[in-house]
Design a binder for this molecule. Structure first.
Ligand SMILES: C[S@@+](CC[C@H](N)C(=O)[O-])C[C@H]1O[C@@H](n2cnc3c(N)ncnc32)[C@H](O)[C@@H]1O
Length: 220
């Protein structure tokens, strides 16, 4: 059921031409992703859904761990990300990844000139058969993915830090292992994602394993 669904999604969501496009394997991930690595290498999920792919660094990480893993990636890849990347220049995340200010400026300029979507897909080159980019906004686009028959074993949410993504994922795919990022974000705002995930766990009978930014919902 899920393989034909994956193929439908693959046909309906073509990759852009990435010839000559420079890849930037930059992630904003805040740590603890080894928890997801362990699920991929030990439980061997066949189908994964990632909500919030940005430049494809986390997607590339998951796909590199298991040659049989297939991933649907949802992101709007909107031009709003261009301004976002400009803002990173000179700031800690980008400075750590690319200490040279000229490299940081080239990063922002490439994302602007090439566009966020082709830049992300350039980073995922080599995974054309196993990564499907669904350009859309979550959770609105999730029922359309479900309608193809696609059933993810594993879901990773790294998008808008809103309860909707989690609730809709659980409604659509109650047997999926749901995980995500932003556990540590943002102390001054009272860790909103942490609250969403803990409330969800209490309501639906899960317990949470979390480390740094990463959280995993486990059934009680
Ligand atoms: C923190 S970044 C994701 C980082 C990525 N997972 C990585 O580690 O490389 C958040 C991404 O979520 C996307 N996003 C935010 N809200 C979204 C929504 N409602 N639907 C789809 N994508 C969304 C943004 O476009 C952005 O690319």
């Amino acid at each position: 059921m899920t393989l034909p669904a994956f193929e439908i999604l693959h046909n309906d969501n073509p990759w852009p031409d990435t010839e000559g496009v420079t890849a930037w394997d930059f992630t904003l991930g805040g740590g603890g992703r080894h928890l997801i690595d362990a699920i991929i290498t030990q439980d061997k999920p066949r189908y994964m859904l990632e909500i919030g792919c940005f430049l494809g660094a986390s997607a590339k990480r998951w796909l590199s761990l298991d040659p049989n893993l297939k991933l649907i990636g949802v992101d709007s890849w909107s031009n709003w990300l261009v301004a976002q990347c400009r803002k990173y220049v000179g700031r800690p995340g980008l400075t750590r990844a690319y200490p040279d200010i000229k490299v940081q400026q080239r990063f922002a300029a490439d994302v602007e000139r090439q566009g966020p979507f082709p830049t992300a897909m350039a980073n995922l080159r080599g995974f054309e058969d196993r990564f499907v980019p669904v350009r859309g906004t979550s959770p609105d686009c999730l029922p359309t993915i479900k309608a193809t028959g696609f059933t993810p074993d594993l879901i990773y949410i790294d998008a808008g830090k809103k309860a909707d993504d989690l609730n809709v994922c659980h409604q659509l795919w109650p047997n999926a292992c749901i995980t995500g990022d932003d556990w540590h974000w943002n102390r001054t705002k009272g860790y909103p994602m942490r609250k969403i995930v803990t409330n969800f766990a209490e309501q639906y009978g899960f317990h949470v394993t979390a480390e740094h930014a990463t959280w995993v919902l486990n059934r009680n």
